[in-house]
Design a protein around this ligand. Structure first.
Ligand SMILES: Cc1cc2nc3c(=O)[nH]c(=O)nc-3n(C[C@H](O)[C@H](O)[C@H](O)COP(=O)(O)OP(=O)(O)OC[C@H]3O[C@@H](n4cnc5c(N)ncnc54)[C@H](O)[C@@H]3O)c2cc1C
Length: 374
């Protein structure tokens, strides 16, 4: 085995899946998460089949599906509520898995964190990596409490605002897409049993995904700046939903002040022309490729990054060559995802572009992902 003692930085999807996958292969794993507690993130998430395959690979899928909602269909509506098209989603994780799964992020995190504890990963909350020094066969890390420790490898999965990214010499930084997103977790009807998108309304787009037997999360894609109109989050989201009908009428009429609302600007990043590693420190996940959620592949790609790195760094070989080969293996899939998600953003912003066909591009890129090696 090439590495026996690994530090994972960041406890999001990437860091937790990587920690589980490494620990299952007999690696001693320490996970440093800057947040002082595991926070149950209130959002919902749409996970395509290739994310389900990642969770299956580490034995987490059945546990996640106990609360989440799996399905194979996708509906496109006009904002008026008229159903334009119902279709099967590409099975990006293989024919034996659901095409898509909706989940509450905290339910997903709970399963992964439980597994981390069961596998004996040493979790250090409130801990961050301040600096490192490559020392041949090991890397020496300095933590925020001033302690120094040696590891065979550091896997930094510290998200789009990653500090480790700069430390390893990457010059790329996150950029705005021109879009913002409002989200809410709320009730759904039994008929709202697959992801749906609503086009042609007053905002860029709206949609929902079922995340449990009676909940969904709904979103509205808007301008990237929250208007200063004196409305509460609840009132603003209700206002934004006014132009969307059919199943959206139920969502708008049932959201309440106490529901979980959030607004954020959507940003992106793709490190495609610089190494992701420096010696024995590698940066993965959103920290090197964060894509807009226009085909719901961000988390899925992060989960693939995580199990693939665990598989590769536990094989015999030269670590420098393994880390180079890892990046080369991940880039072609990520290029498809990032390019198509950015094209979809451009068509949202400029819908009159000649040849703009979001439905076709979504289907085509997911089919490509299904066909490519991971
Ligand atoms: C609005 C929106 C909607 C999305 N919807 C979807 C979707 O439906 N489906 C999908 O597949 N993807 C979606 N994504 C993308 C997906 O959320 C991300 O790709 C994924 O969650 C990134 O995981 P990560 O673990 O790499 O990073 P993060 O989730 O950002 O986790 C990074 C972790 O590192 C910690 N950290 C940060 N700095 C340090 C430090 N210095 N030391 C230690 N710890 C640190 C953070 O606290 C955090 O816990 C969406 C993204 C956005 C913005």
């Amino acid at each position: 085995m090439t590495v026996k003692n690994v530090l994972v930085v960041g406890g999001g999807i990437t860091g937790t899946v990587a920690a589980v996958a490494l620990a299952q292969k007999g690696v001693k794993v320490t996970l440093a998460e800057i947040s002082p507690q595991w926070y149950g993130v209130g959002h919902g998430i749409t996970l395509q089949g290739n994310a389900l395959r990642s969770f299956k690979n580490i034995g987490a899928l059945d546990r996640i599906l106990e609360k989440a909602h799996g399905f194979d269909d996708f509906s496109m509506f006009h904002a008026s509520g008229q159903l334009l098209q119902g279709m099967k989603v590409a099975k990006t994780g293989g024919e034996d898995l659901f095409g898509t799964m909706g989940a509450l992020r905290s339910d997903l995190q709970t399963v992964l964190v439980d597994m981390i504890h069961e596998l004996g990963v040493e979790v250090r909350l409130g801990t961050s990596l301040e600096s490192y020094e490559n020392k041949g066969e090991v890397v020496e890390v300095t933590f925020n409490n001033g302690n120094k420790e040696e590891f065979d490898l550091v896997i930094a999965a510290d998200g789009i605002k990653s500090k480790t990214r700069k430390m390893v010499g990457i010059t790329h930084d996150k950029k705005p897409t021109g879009l913002g997103i409002w989200r809410v977790v709320t009730k759904r009807t039994p008929e709202m049993d697959c992801s749906a998108v609503f086009m042609g309304g007053p905002e860029y787009k709206a949609g929902y995904t079922p995340i449990s037997k009676d909940l969904c999360y709904a979103y509205v894609l808007t301008d990237p700046v929250r208007p200063n109109n004196g409305l509460s989050d609840f009132e603003e989201m209700k206002r934004l939903m006014e132009g969307y009908h059919g199943p959206f009428d139920f969502i708008r009429e049932n959201i309440q002040e106490g529901d979980f609302f959030s607004f954020q600007e959507i940003e992106w990043l793709f490190v495609d022309d610089e190494p992701w590693h420096d010696g024995r420190v590698i940066v993965i996940g959103d920290a090197v490729h964060a894509c807009p959620p226009t085909i719901a592949q961000g988390g899925a790609q992060c989960s693939e990054d995580a199990w693939v790195i665990a598989e590769m760094v536990t094989q015999p070989g030269d670590i420098e060559e393994i880390l180079k080969a890892y990046t080369a293996r991940r880039l072609p899939r990520l290029k498809v995802v990032v390019e198509s998600t950015l094209q979809l953003v451009d068509w949202e912003l400029h819908p009159d572009t000649e040849g703009a066909n979001p439905g076709m591009l979504m289907g085509k890129s997911l089919a490509q992902i299904a066909a490519m090696p991971v």
